[in-house]
Write a protein that binds this ligand. Structure first.
Ligand SMILES: [Zn+2]
Ligand SMILES: [Zn+2]
Length: 137
């Protein structure tokens, strides 16, 4: 995969993503909804080994949104850039909206945590829907 770049809104935090993207999901869970203030989050699950913060590491503030899961925000502009999980140290969860110029073929594959979806939001696509997290089927 070619190198993708991204960062927070103020530009203080910058990253490179070279590793494989394992999944691209719209997440409707309570945590993503509250933290983003939006209907859902666009989340890329990527190999941690291929994710590098290239500047602004000191600006990133970890927030434990659930046990072992740390959502990392830029403390200047508030962008939620990515998250890590102690239970799964080999992956990072990158907020797709923080990418600079994602290729057109990088497409969401599924909706997850649809049971927690905001009642005022209707899903208008044919992607697979999972009531909770992703399970292979
Ligand atoms: Zn920032
Ligand atoms: Zn979520």
């Amino acid at each position: 995969m070619s190198t993708l770049t991204g960062g927070c809104h103020c530009g203080g935090v910058r990253y490179e993503l070279t590793g494989a993207i394992q999944r691209f999901a719209y997440c409707h869970c309570d945590d993503c909804r509250k933290i983003g203030g939006a209907a859902y989050a666009a989340a890329l699950v990527a190999d941690a080994a291929g994710f590098t913060i290239t500047s602004g590491e000191s600006l990133l503030t970890p927030y434990p949104s659930s046990p072992g899961k740390y959502r990392r925000f830029c403390r200047v502009c508030g962008s939620h850039v990515y998250a890590t999980m102690e239970q799964r140290p080999n992956i990072v969860i990158v907020r797709a909206g923080t990418l600079d110029a994602p290729p057109a073929d990088l497409r969401p594959q599924m909706h997850i945590w649809v049971d927690a979806k905001a009642p005022w939001y209707d899903i208008h696509d044919d992607l697979p829907q999972f009531p909770q997290g992703f399970v292979a089927r």
